[in-house]
Write a protein of this length. Structure first.
Length: 646
């Protein structure tokens, strides 16, 4: 039986996706009846437990009466402050108020709120309660009255492209309403990125020594790299408008610095192009909120768009949407800008467009980007373009079973996942090599990315000697001893001092979680994951190592690491991504096109929902995904405003 909570007891715009109970309802909270089922019985007292959140362990202290959770207090954590603030202010009070663990996690802070729930459940077990019953109790939401809004333009999704589109349209005088699934701007990927690639910005012009980078340099490079697959007119338009998109962010308050990226890329030094964002996360959130307010943009948070509306003449008339509590919303508008962020959170669409169900969200947890925007556009006649791909996580492998998969530039997550891109022996599900392993170390986001998607899950195989070396010396010393140096191994500087000191303990964690295995023989190692051809592969590979030449894929000799000294280890890796690529076909004005290349009037598509911008494998230019997102958002807003004004 579910406890119903009326909508007035929920905070509009709060970051809990399904149960944001007001803090006012929590003051003076005494023993609460459970949300459903029999009342719990606890041994009164204070109990502690910890669980891994997004980037750190979270220690929780829970106080119990005989029949209720009295308080939940976070004792220690190192999560992202602006995201964890929502967990403490909204999620924890909701757990106490409802006395139920079946409350949806915070959008954008999924792992942090999940860890709180797991730690509290552990405390419940310590107190003699029924943790499973608590976890299974739900809070049913009661929808409010239908809501209606009027606007010139509705923007669906407030990520990188949507934020720029909404602000730019608002600055031009359009009345804009934005719809966002997340509970705040802190929940979207576009606010967390390191920076965009852009051309002819004031940042580049004012850097020491100036720049020689021109639109033509970037344009011809990416078009040749992609074999002229994306829309050339659109690509040039994006590069030409990139300076204006960056200028908009500077006006918002962003500060940039042009820097070289850690990978060897086409535009470094005198050319430049990568704009590192210097503002921290807390500041970015404040800047976004201020900018949206200044542009007159009303954002409906915790709201999912459902359908694009048209009249009998196929003219766009708005959208329908639904709040997380079920409240129905209609937004009347003259144009729609679709920027909902792709389909990373939709396994069926992954399988349809990428041929896998193993692609995980690099930021951890479930992605809010579930392909809704693409499907809504298709429903009114928009056509798909032909290229689909993803922007991969460059920090290591991941696994859906893992508590601490690699997902950020941090070495406090499970270090065994580093083997997924360190250049050691990699095999497919049959135990056969499938790639030049060095590509995943030198170019993990571009040349190395396509094959790990095709062969997911993939397996890293190493021996004890390799593990010992990584745990005591690290990849830099290991590789430079084999001939690499700062001139011929560009990425090497990134690995200096990055020694995997906690590797032995992390391997044990992986073994317990089921994605890592250790054996005394290669034959036993192969049996665990069914790698039938592994023994023969290792024999052949060790021959390449002994001869210093990879006769199969041409791997650089300094990446050839023999698998000969037992015990042996295998790590099961799954790919992860910051975003997916591929979607609606658009023209150079970001107007949606149907399968006959006719304009779908009133519908604009920008960012990773757009199918005519990207390529697989991902571009070899850092920040290019984010750059195209803000560029296309700027272009879409410019043209949408022109259209509604006639």
């Amino acid at each position: 039986m579910k406890k119903e909570v009326s909508r007035r007891n929920f905070i509009k715009g709060a970051a809990v996706t399904a149960a944001a109970i007001t803090a006012a309802g929590l003051i003076g909270c005494k023993d609460k009846e459970p949300a459903g089922g029999a009342k719990q019985q606890y041994k009164p007292g204070t109990y502690r437990a910890k669980a891994y959140g997004n980037i750190s362990y979270i220690t929780v202290e829970t106080v119990f009466t005989e029949t209720a959770i009295k308080s939940i207090k976070v004792i220690e954590q190192k999560e992202t402050p602006v995201l964890f603030e929502q967990v403490e202010k909204k999620y924890i009070p909701a757990l106490i108020e409802s006395q139920a663990g079946g409350i949806d996690t915070i959008a954008g802070a999924t792992n942090s709120s999940r860890a709180i729930r797991e730690a509290v459940a552990d405390c419940i077990r310590q107190a003699g309660g029924d943790a499973e019953a608590w976890l299974n109790r739900k809070v049913a939401l009661k929808p409010g009255a239908d809501e209606k809004y009027d606007a010139d333009i509705v923007v669906i999704g407030v990520g990188a492209a949507g934020f720029v589109a909404a602000c730019h349209a608002g600055e031009q005088g359009a009345k804009v309403i934005a719809i966002e699934k997340g509970g705040s701007v802190a929940s979207v990927n576009g606010i967390k990125v390191s920076g965009p690639f852009a051309v002819e910005t004031d940042v580049l012009k004012n850097k020491e020594g100036g720049t020689t980078l021109k639109v033509d340099d970037a344009f011809y490079h990416v078009m040749n790299y992609t074999h002229w697959t994306p829309n050339p007119k659109l690509m040039r338009n994006c590069l030409e408008q990139s300076k204006n998109a960056v200028a908009l962010l500077e006006k918002v308050g962003y500060k940039f610095k042009e820097v070289n990226f850690r990978f060897e890329t086409p535009f470094i030094g005198q050319k430049g192009g990568f704009h590192l964002i210097l503002n921290d996360m807390d500041e970015r959130v404040a800047l976004w909120n201020k900018a949206l307010d200044a542009a007159g943009v009303k954002v409906l948070f915790n709201t999912a768009a459902k359908k694009i509306l048209r009249d009998s003449n196929n003219k766009i008339t708005g959208v329908t949407a639904e709040r997380s509590d079920g409240t129905k919303i209609t937004v009347n508008a003259k144009a729609v800008i679709m920027t909902s962020g792709g389909y990373l959170g939709n396994r069926d669409m992954q399988e349809r467009f990428l041929g896998t169900r193993k692609l995980n969200a690099a930021s951890g947890g479930a992605s809010l980007c579930t392909g809704d925007g693409i499907n809504m556009a298709i429903d009114i006649g928009a056509g798909l373009d032909k290229t689909f791909g993803y922007c991969p996580c460059e920090y290591g492998g991941t696994n859906s079973k893992a508590t601490r998969p690699a997902k950020q530039d941090k070495y406090d997550q499970n270090l065994a996942f580093k083997f997924g891109l360190y250049g050691c022996l990699l095999v497919d599900a049959e135990g056969k090599r499938f790639i030049n392993e060095g590509l995943l170390c030198d170019y993990p986001m571009s040349y190395g990315s396509e094959q790990i998607l095709r062969n997911a899950p993939w397996y890293a195989v190493v021996d004890q000697a390799y593990v010992d070396t990584m745990a005591t010396k690290g990849l830099y010393e290991y590789t430079t001893a084999k001939g690499a140096n700062s001139k011929n191994w560009f990425i090497g500087n990134y690995f200096k001092g990055r020694i995997l000191k906690d590797l032995p303990a992390d391997i044990e964690e992986g073994i317990k979680e089921g994605w890592c295995y250790k054996a005394d023989t290669i034959e036993d190692l192969a049996k665990h994951f069914g790698l039938t051809d592994l023994a023969e592969t290792v024999k052949q590979y060790n021959g390449y190592c002994a001869n210093g030449k990879d006769e199969q894929f041409g791997t650089n000799p300094w990446y050839l690491s023999p698998v000969s000294q037992g015990p042996f280890y295998v790590v099961q890796n799954e790919p992860s991504a910051w975003s997916t690529f591929g979607g609606i076909r658009i023209d150079d004005c970001c107007r949606a096109l149907n399968s006959s290349n006719e304009i779908v009037r009133g519908l604009y598509v920008a960012g990773t929902d757009a199918g005519s911008l990207y390529y697989s494998p991902y571009y070899d230019i850092p920040g290019y995904c984010y750059g195209l997102c803000i560029d296309s958002g700027y272009i879409a807003a410019t043209n949408a405003v022109k259209e509604i004004r006639g």
